[in-house]
Design a protein around this ligand. Structure first.
Ligand code: SF4
Length: 376
């Protein structure tokens, strides 16, 4: 693996999960070591590299210095006489945000930080815990394929050193879909990796992507994913609706007709089928991504399953006209929850947008699709 060049200041990667909005973002690696998924444009054209443990520790030292400074400011209710000298980068801004957010969680960036040698990860985690003993949670993204290559002993050591949550981009457990989108992993590896993480005592989030199988594999995507999740029983199931930014390989597949996309309504139908088939689990389902349609769809299995099914059926039972109003309202930020449709003022405002832009049943899909691109 390529080692990072000399430290040039605190670094921040491009993304974090929605649940990490208040976390310290600490970059361990840059970009994605796989970078082949056809639905993902995030790191395309960017070279993967690791950062040295010394560079990461230097970032941590910067945050420690600045958070100590902000804490002292709070204690004396003013600015201390001497501000730390910043060595460049984003440390002061990042530290200030984290300080004001309570310094409870840390997110390790970028796409698959578990790919570094376990000994290096353990050294970083121990240093973080030493500098910030009050931190409740340290989280990382990881690929199932990478987790499968880590021994149970190493994963247990990583857990003991302080990594207590992993987000896996499962996306689908339909082998045909995984192959088509070049995810580089199969259903069984997803299951093995998920179970391994839980066995190590690390909290597990699995991301499911409705729509990624297109129309052809929508049913397989729902049923195989539900089956895999039933076998894993992750702590969290997170929904991340497929969105297609320009320039990614899956758009080419769509344009040349080898990928047939599901619209918002079909994606809810797929999600309903998936959720109906979740059984014997105790996971908490979250639907908090901005691209998702029904943010009120959330809850714990098994007790909240009927209520989650009811939310999706409520949407699917709306008239085509009301479905269109909700889709446009959600994508323009004017409506959030289904119950907002009962608010006549809000509903009229969306109808105004529909009239103004000539939106109808034949172009609503294309228009909503373009609106979604703002959030990808
Ligand atoms: S592994 Fe994740 S970050 Fe990497 S290309 Fe696939 S979806 Fe994108």
């Amino acid at each position: 693996m390529k080692e990072s060049p000399d430290w040039t200041g605190y670094e921040v990667g491009p993304i974090r999960p929605p649940s990490e909005a208040n976390s310290l973002l600490l970059r361990i690696t840059r970009n994605c070591p796989w970078n082949k998924c056809t639905f993902c444009g995030l790191y395309k054209g960017e070279r993967f590299s690791t950062r040295s443990v010394d560079d990461v520790k230097r970032d941590i030292d910067q945050i420690k210095t600045w958070t100590d400074y902000f804490r002292l400011s709070d204690e004396i209710d003013g600015m201390p006489e001497h501000a730390p000298s910043s060595e460049g980068g984003w440390a002061p801004q990042i530290a200030e945000h984290w300080h004001h957010s309570g310094m409870r969680s840390i997110f390790l960036q970028d796409a698959n930080s578990l790919v570094i040698k376990p000994e290096r990860m353990i050294e970083i985690l121990k240093y973080l815990r030493e500098c910030f003993p009050g931190t409740e949670r340290i989280t990382s993204y990881a690929r199932s394929h990478t987790i499968a290559g880590i021994s149970n002993e190493h994963l247990a050591d990583i857990s003991a050193a302080g990594l207590n949550r992993i987000h896996i981009g499962l996306e689908s457990a339909c082998d045909k879909v995984l192959e088509l989108v070049k995810k580089g992993v199969d259903k069984q590896t997803h299951i093995d990796a998920g179970r391994k993480i839980k066995k190590a005592g690390i909290e597990l989030s699995e991301y499911y992507m409705p729509g990624i199988g297109g129309r052809e594999f929508s049913e397989c995507n729902a049923l195989e994913t539900a089956d895999a999740l039933n076998r894993i029983n992750p702590d969290f199931i997170r929904i991340r609706t497929l969105g297609l930014p320009d320039g990614i390989p899956l758009v080419e597949d769509y344009e040349n007709g080898t990928f047939t996309r599901t619209n918002d309504v079909e994606m809810i139908e797929e999600l309903l089928l998936m959720i109906k088939n979740l059984d014997g689990i105790t996971s908490f389902l979250k639907n908090d991504h901005i691209l998702n349609m029904l943010p009120e769809l959330k809850g714990r299995f098994p007790e909240d399953k009927p209520q989650m099914i009811a939310v999706m059926e409520k949407f699917l039972n709306l008239s085509e006209e009301d479905q269109m109003i909700f889709r446009v309202g959600r994508r323009t930020g004017r409506l959030v929850l289904l119950e907002s449709l009962e608010d006549e003022d809000k509903k009229n405002a969306v109808q105004g947008v529909i009239e103004q832009h000539g939106i109808n049943q034949s172009n609503v899909y294309e228009i909503c699709d373009n609106l979604m691109k703002r959030f990808i």
